[in-house]
Design a protein around this ligand. Structure first.
Ligand code: ZN
Length: 244
């Protein structure tokens, strides 16, 4: 046994110069399990609204901001499981406004400015903003993905719409659509960005589903899987192609 240990030691000593020499010859080699280089896009997860700004209110009185956070948090969790770089703009039920903001209006404006600033601080960011839809009529349902006017946004939105259709509701015929100019955050960032309206809080069936933990995980898994599948390729191809 002792002889065996000595032999291993001798072999290790013998191959050490070879390993050192290889390091000098191939200094750029990186470990197999470090796939995320600094150029790898970084997912910024935005749980819409928060704090006093609850967003839309569901039929049973649940603020949109709570559901946004629950789903966004699941996306972040899955990113963590895969070791993919991601960050959340908020992790609690808070608004991100400056302390000087006093009125609800001032707080909303400050919150959005700060979200833009936080996104812009992240190198190679791709923004995923999570929201819930509402409409005066209860008949509408289905997840809807919107894309920002920045390069790289539209192809990701198309893939994400398809992923959500496949995972959550194969009958959902909605198509990825350009975001309205009135949505401040999506029109003031410079990185690729998509906004997901996960479903309608004004549709009784979907409102119940959106509160279900398993359904929230299903939506988050669709978003995460799509991102993991797409992040390594589309940005390099499409950033130069615009969003047409
Ligand atoms: Zn919203």
């Amino acid at each position: 046994m002792l002889l065996c240990k000595r032999m291993v030691f001798v072999i290790l000593i013998a191959i050490l110069p070879v390993v050192l020499a290889l390091n000098l010859v191939f200094p750029q080699l990186t470990p197999v399990f470090s796939p995320f280089t600094p150029l790898r896009p970084y997912l910024v997860i935005d749980a819409g609204h928060g704090g006093e700004d609850g967003g839309a209110i569901s039929l049973s009185g649940i603020p949109e901001s709570h559901l946004n956070l629950a789903i966004a948090g699941r996306v972040d969790l899955i990113m963590g499981l895969y070791g993919a770089p991601a960050v959340m703009l908020r992790r609690e039920d808070v608004s991100l406004h400056d302390p000087q903001a006093k009125t609800l209006r001032e707080k909303k404006v400050s919150d959005l400015h700060n979200r833009v600033e936080l996104v812009s601080q992240q190198q190679n960011a791709v923004l995923l903003s999570v929201h819930q839809n509402s409409f005066p009529s209860s008949k509408y349902s289905g997840a809807q993905v919107f894309f920002a006017p920045t390069a790289g946004s539209k192809p990701f939105a198309i893939a994400l719409q398809e992923a959500l259709r496949t995972a959550a509701d194969p009958t959902n015929g909605r198509q990825a659509t350009a975001i309205a100019q009135s949505v401040y955050l999506m029109n003031h960032i410079s990185c690729p960005a998509v906004l997901v309206e996960c479903g309608f809080l004004t549709n009784p069936t979907e409102e119940r589903l959106l509160q279900d933990a398993n359904y929230q995980t299903k939506l988050a898994a669709a978003m995460s899987g799509c991102w993991l599948n797409y992040s390594g390729t589309f940005l390099l191809q499409d950033r130069d192609e615009g969003t047409s």
